[in-house]
Ligand binder design. Structure first.
Ligand SMILES: [Cu+2]
Length: 652
């Protein structure tokens, strides 16, 4: 599979471009070695600019390349954000961000670990717990919310850490939390400000190992035979640069430090013409509050995208992809806090899967007609310290899109003395795993057959029994247009089976009704948190299932651009307070879904994946089932005519 770079304006920054952007702000904006770069990322061209280069005959490489740069000075903590023209080698803007703390960087995580293990107060606290081999200790740094920062450190770039101890060099680093032991660190000076050191009680003897060699008495199953997928003629997709095509689908793949994978310019070819479905799909935030008020956990509220970056946490699938069949990979280019680029090999996986039956009917006279489903899967895996998020965007031949997240990895667990706390599940000897939630905010910039769309709440409604409905059977669907941002704030409603239709009222299908896609509200979870709690003040976005905003290039981060050490949510609640019109315009849907993780013994010591997903499905986008042209399996499945060739693939 060749992946030559064709230089499209939506391609992520190259290593050379990242290095150039850092050099330009150093030379022109007084950025010194005392600074860190939180992010150097492509400033994506506007929709209008893109439209000028994607038409027939347009030169796609002709748009100016720009980088968005965020950095701060470690000496005074002052943060700046700017735009750099890579084409003109010039800083276009460089603006102070007073009071803001850019996202945590992996460099700080590692430097923090190094600083802590060299601190005599830590060494002494560990020795008192009988731990003298510091190679067996892991310092796991977490970010703070502003309201929980101890008074003397307000305004500083601080973090707190857990300390973990493993039983042997190869053992699970997250098996034994040293409860009660929490350093508080200034990340700019790497100074240990405070060491919380409470008496943890006697240590618990847990079996926290999952690697077979470390699990006592484990017999591997011996009845698992090989299951191989062979694609002798290769996969059915093609990828040129970042442009991916499969059956009728086409899209561009992007990637950045924060969202990880981005799906750009998604279209479906229908009768030889590419019909737009979405301009851009990504995850814009993930909020993980632990629901345990005890001293070890009360400040554990991770913003895995805004504080840490799902892109930065993305792991190379060289390390284990476990997709079967013919796979293509794309690398990702990121950078460290000095602005030095590095490559994550095989960051994005592209492959095709069999998925059972697509459609079927058995006719008395003519027998069975069956077509098999396949799906194109574009995925990436992020390891956020102890936890893994596996993200799969799946595209189906019938126009369906499924976004699935699998949560796995190792739960945070803590030993307890006395009775088990009610805020978690006991999973091992005197050890519990606190309840927590994973809220993911998907940013869905749908453009169904064009930019002018309206979102409708669609609800099932029963009619009263009466002369027209004598048996009480009548069920109708009510569509309510969401006309303003305030109306666009929606909650899932099981009793009414609420879904949301994104219709283009300006384009009719062959039946005379508007073309559309619907968002099926699966995996929606309620916030279940006091609205006045500090984490909700920082993440108002999680209080509702859906938000709808008119497209604005600068509105990208639902909990604010800088959630690290934030006090309030400066994203969705602030934008939507303007109550702008969202009718027949370019709308963006912000869908909040996730896992209310009531921990189980079976999730320990490594969690079998928990899967949640939502779907986008065509509703009247096509006039009928668009997959009648899917060929039967050779030698199977079409009782009428055997296996006929499909329509020749339209080149789009
Ligand atoms: Cu969980």
């Amino acid at each position: 599979m060749t992946t030559t770079n064709v230089g499209h304006p939506l391609d992520p920054l190259t290593a050379e471009e990242i290095r150039a952007a850092a050099a330009i702000v150093r030379a022109q904006s007084g950025v010194t070695d005392r600074w860190r770069f939180a992010s150097i990322d492509l400033r994506e061209p506007s929709k209008q600019a893109l439209a000028t280069v994607t038409g027939p005959g347009a030169d796609e490489a002709s748009l100016p390349r720009e980088a968005e740069v965020v950095g701060w000075n470690r000496d005074d903590g002052a943060a700046f954000k700017g735009v750099v023209s890579l084409t003109d080698e010039r800083v276009l803007s460089w603006d102070p961000q007073p009071g803001e703390h850019p996202a945590m960087t992996p460099d700080e995580f590692h430097e923090c670990d190094a600083a802590l293990r060299g601190d005599p107060r830590i060494v002494e606290a560990l020795a008192r717990r009988g731990i003298t081999d510091l190679d067996l200790v892991l310092f796991d740094t977490w970010a703070y919310g502003a309201a929980l920062v101890p008074e003397p450190y307000r305004g500083r770039r601080i973090a707190w850490a857990d300390v973990w101890h493993r039983n042997s060099p190869e053992a699970n680093p997250y098996a034994n939390m040293l409860a009660g032991l929490h350093p508080i660190i200034d990340l700019n000076t790497m100074e240990l400000l405070e060491l919380e050191d409470r008496d943890p009680g006697p240590p618990a003897q847990v079996m926290g190992e999952y690697s077979p060699g470390l699990v006592p008495g484990l017999q591997l199953r011996d009845d698992v035979k090989p299951l191989d997928i062979t694609q002798p003629d290769g996969p059915s997709f093609t990828i040129e640069g970042n442009h991916l095509r499969w059956q009728r689908w086409s899209m561009r793949l992007g990637f950045n430090y924060r969202e990880g994978l981005v799906i750009h310019t998604l279209g479906y070819a229908d009768a030889g013409r590419v019909r737009k479905v979405a301009h851009r799909l990504s995850f814009a935030e993930m909020v993980v509050p632990y629901r345990d008020p005890t001293p070890d956990h009360y400040r554990r509220t991770a913003f895995d995208i805004g504080e840490w970056g799902l892109g930065l946490m993305t792991t190379s699938l060289e390390l284990g992809c476990d997709c079967l069949g013919e796979i293509a990979y794309l690398d990702a280019v990121l950078h460290d806090s000095r602005g030095e680029p590095y490559t994550v090999k095989n960051a994005i996986c592209i492959h095709e899967e069999d998925d059972g039956v697509l459609w079927k009917h058995v006719d008395d006279r003519t027998g069975a007609d069956t077509r098999r489903m396949r799906r194109l899967v574009v995925s990436f895996h992020a390891t956020v310290a102890n936890y893994e998020y596996l993200v799969y965007w799946r595209f189906y031949p019938d126009g369906n899109i499924q976004c699935e997240v699998r949560a796995t990895g190792i739960m945070v667990t803590t030993p307890f003395a006395g009775g088990a706390p009610p805020y978690g599940t006991v999973i091992d000897q005197r050890t519990y795993a606190p309840f927590h939630q994973h809220f993911i905010v998907a940013r869905l910039d749908l453009d169904v057959d064009g930019e002018h769309n309206t979102v409708y709440a669609a609800e099932a409604s029963t009619l009263p029994t009466g002369p027209d409905n004598p048996y009480g059977l009548a069920l109708v669907q009510r569509l309510t247009p969401l006309r303003t941002e305030r109306e666009g704030i929606q909650d899932y409603d099981w009793a009414r089976q609420r879904t949301w239709k994104v219709l283009n009222d300006n384009v009719a299908n062959g039946l005379g009704t508007p073309v559309g896609y619907k968002l099926e509200a699966s995996a929606a979870i309620p916030a279940l948190i006091d609205p006045d709690s500090p984490v909700v003040r920082r993440a108002r976005a999680i209080e509702h299932t859906l938000w709808v905003t008119p497209y604005s290039a600068d509105e990208r981060w639902p909990c604010g651009e800088f959630p690290n050490l934030s006090a309030y949510d400066s994203g969705l609640p602030v934008w939507t307070a303007r109550d702008r019109s969202i009718e027949n315009t370019d709308v963006v849907l912000w869908y909040v879904f996730g896992i209310n993780h009531v921990t189980r013994p079976e999730d320990w010591p490594v969690m079998p994946v928990d899967m949640v997903s939502f779907w986008l499905k065509p509703v009247g986008f096509f006039d009928r089932n668009p997959t009648l042209d899917v060929p039967a399996q050779p030698g199977h499945g079409s009782a009428h005519h055997g296996s006929r060739p499909a329509h020749p693939e339209q080149d789009v």
